[in-house]
Design a protein around this ligand. Structure first.
Ligand code: ADP
Ligand code: TRP
Length: 334
């Protein structure tokens, strides 16, 4: 069966899935690029969101730290509005079916496909040694997605290549063994698929340029004041759209505030310090409610364990069904 025939089937139920790695505290890029979409999509159909702790093992190799970051990740997602009654939230490692499907998929994945993937390629280009986990990372990601028949995967721009790999792997499996998997699509948010960091590069935990969601306000204000800016004289008009401070401000501003700020840039004669202060205030207000909710949730770890346990049972039911379908198709069930 080709990709086309799978896609030409009558529209199925919308099934949304995404995962996020607990490799550090979540930042504005994670929220505006990915997490905000998770929350918006939780009523769009069946939705599954997970803390990708198996993927995180390729970078975090400290058990206590991984436990802490995984709990932080779950708390953050819940505090930001993920509702366990409307979406299924779980830890990736609590669904062992995914690892089993990963092997099945791995046997049909060409090395060349993985050699082109950026996480591995970038590490190699930097002369760092990569392990088999990092190399096969996109296959585990494909298993994560395919095992829930997910058709929509909300992510930031940097994950699009991985979703394409997932489609290739699924298409090839379907071709060999008959139609088994649904082909997923990446879903990006306009305007925030690539949030810049304090240095203007893509905001990322690995670049030390993040503004975290639940950082202490005073510490965060200091970081905001250190956002890099150009050294052109204050009087000179500037183009807002290519300026990362303006882009960050725009994430929090309403239409009027954004238009006023753009006009100020084009007029010139302003100091960046004022804009940074305004940005710090807007950001603090924006996350004030989730911050309070997070503190409340953090005081009840039993409830978090319950939510994740319940999420894992729901996820495993669906995962077992699809894994069985794939095993039958591949001749593993006698
Ligand atoms: P990081 O690069 O900080 O390690 P992850 O790779 O864990 O972030 O990304 C988690 C999710 O957040 C992914 O869906 C990713 O696309 C999204 N994301 C990460 N950084 C950004 C960014 N700067 N802008 C938009 N989305 C981002
Ligand atoms: N690789 C993703 C990231 O770094 C995390 C992830 C793992 C994921 N499995 C996934 C995202 C499945 C979407 C779907 O952000």
């Amino acid at each position: 069966m080709t990709n086309e025939t799978t896609e030409n089937k009558p529209p199925q139920k919308l099934r949304v899935l995404s995962g996020i790695q607990p490799t550090g505290r979540f930042h504005w890029g994670n929220y505006f690029g990915a997490i905000r979409q998770y929350i918006d999509l939780q009523d769009a159909g069946d939705s599954y969101y997970f803390v990708a702790n198996l993927h995180a093992l390729t970078t975090v190799r400290d058990a206590a730290l991984l436990r802490q970051l995984s709990l932080d990740a779950a708390l953050d997602l819940l505090a930001l509005g993920l509702d366990p009654n409307r979406a299924t939230l779980y830890l990736q490692s609590d669904v062992p079916e995914v690892s089993e499907l990963c092997w099945l998929l791995m046997t049909g994945t060409p090395m060349g496909l993985l050699e082109r993937c950026h996480a591995y390629k970038d590490k190699k280009a930097k002369g760092l040694t990569a392990d088999a986990g990092l190399f096969t990372y996109p296959v585990l990601m494909a298993a994560d997605i395919l095992i829930y028949d997910a058709n929509i995967v909300p992510v930031g721009e940097d994950q699009v290549q991985h979703i394409e790999v997932c489609r290739d792997i699924a298409g090839s499996f379907n071709h060999h063994f008959g139609e088994t998997f649904v082909l997923p699509k990446a879903q990006l948010l306009d305007g925030s698929a690539r949030v810049p960091g304090t240095d203007g590069e893509k905001m990322s935990k690995s670049y030390n340029n993040t503004l975290e969601l639940f950082e202490e306000p005073a510490a965060q204000r200091k970081k905001i004041m250190r956002i890099t800016t150009d050294s052109r004289p204050m009087e000179q008009p500037k183009e807002p759209d290519t300026d990362h401070l303006y882009q960050l401000y725009s994430l929090f501003a309403n239409d009027q505030q954004r238009a006023d700020m753009a006009a100020l840039y084009r007029r010139g004669g302003f100091g960046y310090g004022e804009i940074k202060k305004a940005l710090a205030e807007l950001a603090e207000k924006y996350f004030a409610e989730p911050r309070a909710r997070r503190a409340e949730l953090a005081s009840n770890p039993k409830r978090i364990a319950e939510i994740l346990g319940d999420g894992a049972s729901r996820a495993r039911r669906k995962a077992a069904e699809v894994l069985n379908r794939a095993k039958k198709a591949a001749g593993l069930v006698l």
